[in-house]
Design a protein around this ligand. Structure first.
Ligand code: SF4
Ligand code: SF4
Length: 384
């Protein structure tokens, strides 16, 4: 597909990204069978190829409507299509540009609702008292301190996770203490920017991203050898920070440094000697979030860590398909999100586990809504 774009309402950087991505799609259709929304609706416009056409028409010819917006809203941003695509189409980047461009088609009521949800979820000070009523779990073990300090890392707090499931980062601190790693807490007064970025608020996202880059650069310069993320949805966003800046932007190099130092907790633990740890539960099913397998390309890593402790890696049917959580998606697109959750739980429960584990707070909360067995973060198993 050839594309010549020059939309005045989006930045030159966005124009360049969109032109490049649209031009790289050869409309072969290989991505269609692995797209969850196409599987559900069977409508080409709910597929990656259809959405690329919609965005192309909007950007090239200004042809778009509220229906185009609906088809883009229904995309989970799961990036399963990117994993399948033989041409390496960076669909997720194009979607962000398309959503920003078409956003003015949204009704005022919808705009206000989305604004309110975005602000509550991405502002820890506001979320804390609200989220307390939706709390998933409490801290269940005693804190451990490292006997000696071999290295120091910065642990991202996350904007909703500390309120909903504080035991996740608590477990990570205990595990790292046993490995003689000192943890610096990032209390994170700001969200990583993912919610704003996915809900067509790029300016809000960028100001959060810049504040985080400035803060974390100072930590890297003074103490921390790595930035650890325990929520794969935040991790993928932070690793993607450089793509938000043009190469001439002073933040580009700083973003590259922050990105290169950021690791999912699975990446960090995969390079450590874990022989002093043990697993508290073996009969578990692991749900691999899209942000880990399609976004960060770390598919299979958690299973390989757990298998060191005797976990049997039973294949999960359709493990590449999204559970329906997808950030704030499950709040706005409940019907599709619930269908995907039901399918996912059926597949995860096929081996009759006593617990489901995952790597992202959004998936954890979403799956727990429909699950009678506990859903936890996999690191909690290692804080035995
Ligand atoms: S698989 Fe890739 S190249 Fe083929 S239609 Fe999908 S996005 Fe385009
Ligand atoms: S990101 Fe996911 S839902 Fe969206 S088009 Fe790609 S595969 Fe489909």
């Amino acid at each position: 597909m050839h594309a010549e774009l020059k939309q005045p309402s989006i930045t030159q950087h966005e124009n360049d990204i969109a032109s490049q991505v649209i031009a790289s799609c050869v409309h072969c259709g290989f991505c269609l069978p692995t797209c969850p929304t196409y599987q559900i609706s069977g409508d080409e416009l709910d597929s990656p190829r259809g959405r690329i056409y919609l965005i192309k028409s909007a950007l090239e010819n200004n042809e778009y409507s509220s229906k185009s917006l609906k088809h883009l809203d229904q995309c989970l941003t799961c990036r399963s299509c990117e994993t399948t695509c033989p041409s390496g189409v960076k669909y997720g980047k194009l979607l962000e540009v398309g959503r920003n461009f078409i956003e003015p088609k949204r009704s005022i009521l919808q705009t206000l609702y989305r604004f309110a949800v975005r602000k509550v979820l991405s502002t820890p000070l506001i979320f804390k008292p609200v989220g307390y009523f939706f709390r998933h779990s409490k801290i269940i073990s005693k804190p451990i301190k490292p006997e000696k300090v071999k290295s120091t890392v910065l642990l991202l707090g996350g904007c909703v996770q500390p309120t909903l499931a504080p035991n996740i980062n608590h477990s990570i601190k205990n595990i790292l203490a046993k490995l003689d790693v000192r943890v610096l807490d990032d209390r994170q007064s700001d969200c990583c920017g993912a919610l704003d970025q996915h809900l067509a608020a790029p300016k809000d996202a960028l100001s959060k991203v810049k504040r985080n880059i400035d803060k974390w650069t100072l930590e890297l310069e003074s103490n921390a050898e790595a930035i650890i993320s325990s929520a794969s949805g935040c991790g993928v966003m932070v690793k993607d920070y450089p793509s938000l800046f043009e190469e001439s932007d002073p933040y580009f190099e700083k973003a590259k440094r922050v990105s290169s130092k950021t690791q999912d907790i699975a990446e960090y633990l995969a390079n450590q000697d874990l022989s002093g740890l043990q697993l508290s539960e073996l009969n578990v099913s692991y749900h691999e979030p899209c942000t880990l397998q399609h976004g960060q390309k770390l598919g299979g890593l958690v299973e390989s860590i757990l298998s060191q402790f005797g976990y049997l890696n039973t294949p999960i049917k359709d493990s590449h398909i999204c559970c329906g959580s997808a950030g704030a998606y499950s709040i706005f697109e409940t019907e599709i999100a619930n269908k995907l959750m039901i399918n996912k739980l059926e597949n995860l429960n096929a081996s009759q586990p006593e617990m489901i584990v995952t790597s992202n707070i959004g998936c954890l909360m979403h799956l727990q809504k429909g699950s009678s067995i506990p859903v936890k973060h996999w690191v909690e198993l290692l804080d035995a």
